[in-house]
Design a protein around this ligand. Sequence first.
Ligand SMILES: O=C(O)C1=C[C@@H](OP(=O)(O)O)[C@@H](O)[C@H](O)C1
Ligand SMILES: C=C(OP(=O)(O)O)C(=O)O
Length: 446
Amino acid sequence: MTPPGGDWPAPTAPRRLQAVVPLPGSKSLTNRFLVLAALANDRSRLRLPLRSRDTLLMAQALRALGVGIQDVRAEGAPVSAPATDWLVTPGELRGDTRLDVGLAGTVMRFVPPVAALAHGPVELDGDAGARVRPMGPVVDALRVLGADIDDGGRGCLPLTVRGRGGLRGGPVTLDASSSSQFVSALLLAGARYDEGVTVHHDGKPVPSEPHIAMTVETLRDAGVDVDDAEPNTWRVEPSEISALDVQVEPDLSNAGPFLAAALVAGGSVRVPDWPQHTTQAGDALRDILDAMGADVSLDREGLTVSGDGSVGGLDIDLHDASELTPLVAALAALADSPTWIRGVAHIRFHETDRLAALASELNALGGDVTETEDGLRIRPVPLRGGRFRTYHDHRMATAGAVVGLRVPGVQVEDVATTTKTLPDFPGLWASMLAQTQVAEHPASGD
Ligand SMILES: O=C(O)C1=C[C@@H](OP(=O)(O)O)[C@@H](O)[C@H](O)C1
Ligand SMILES: C=C(OP(=O)(O)O)C(=O)O
C-alpha cells in the first residue's frame, strides 16, 4: 500500500536561514545492516537505524522469514526514553510467507537472495510502481547460482522464490547497468552460499558505484572476505557473518534538500554528525553544492553549507550519485545559468521515470527542461506556482519543496510519499524554516 497524503503548500523562505537540522539514519546503511544482521552468527545491535517505510518493510520482511527484530532503548538510556535501536536475532529462515516490498529497491533486490536460503516458498510483491522496476538480472543470476524462482517470465515482481534451505552459489555474470542493487544483493547474502559468490558485470558501466563500495565495506566490517581488486568483478568467500554492533550514519542524500535551502534562501544550514569517512553517495553533495555556489565546510560540528541566495548552473555527470538528480534538477531550475545533467539514463527505473517526471513537473511551472537520452538540460527561466506531481517518489516531493522555497504557490502532491525514507519531512522542513538568521542590522527603533 502506498501511504496516503494530500497536496502540501510548499513554504517559501522569505528570510535568510540559520538552521541546524539533525537527520535520521541512512536508508542504504540501515537496510544493509538489517540483511547482514539477519544472516549473522549471533545477535546484532543497530544503533539509530532509520525507521521509515523502506526500512520498516525490510524489517517486516526479515521478521516474516523468522528473524527477531526488537525495538530497544539505547544502552544506558532511562526507561522513559524512546526505543532508538534494533536488536536483531538471526534464526533459521522459514518460507511459506508473502512479503510486501513497497516501492523499495533495496527490499525487492536484497531480499530474494536471502529468501533462497529459506525453507519453503517466499512470495514477493509490492506497489504498482514496484512491478515495473527491473528484477531480471538478479532473478536470472540467482537461478544460475542454483535457486528456483517463478517470476512468470516477466523479470519483474510479483515473484516466488522457492527456498530450499541453502544455495550452491559460485560464479555468475550479469548486466548491472540498470541498477547497482543487483550486485549488492548477491554480495550481501553470498557469504552464506556453499561456494560463496563471484559476481561479474558485463554491460554498460554500473551506476551508483559508491553503493557497491558501501556493500563491500559493510561486508568486510562483518568479517567477510571480499575481493574487489578486478574491475567489474566481486568475489565473496563463503564464511560466517559476524554479528554487528553499529551506529547508523545520518542519511546524507536526504540532507540534500535541507543543505540546498541555504543556497536558495541564503544563510546557512548545518547537518550535525556528518561522517568524516563514508561510502554514502550523498557525500558528493559537498562538491556539488560548492560547484553551484555554496560555501561548504566540514568539521566536528557537522557539514555547514552557506549561500547568498544565488545558485549557479553546472555541467555534471551524476552516474555515481544518481539519487541526487531530482535535487540538482530543482536547484538548476532556480539557477542563474544553464545546467546539463548527464550519465543517469538508469534513473528512468527508479521510483518513477525520474527524467520524464522532472522535465514534466518543472516545465508545468513554466520551466525550460529537456530530457536527453541520459539526463536533463535545464535553462533557468522565471517559474510560477502550480501543482508539482510526485509519482510516489520521495525525491520528487523534496525537489518540489526546494523549488517552492523561491516560487510562491507550489503545491506538492502527496508529500507523505517522503515517508519512504524520512519519517517527518514536512515537520523537519518547517522547523528548518523557523530557524532564521537574526538581522545583521536590526531596526534600532530611533
Ligand atoms: O544500494 C542502495 O542502497 C542504493 C543504490 C542506488 O540504486 P541504483 O544503482 O539503482 O541507482 C541508489 O540510487 C538507491 O537510492 C540506493
Ligand atoms: C532510487 C532510490 O531508491 P530505491 O532504494 O528504492 O532504489 C532513491 O532513494 O533515490
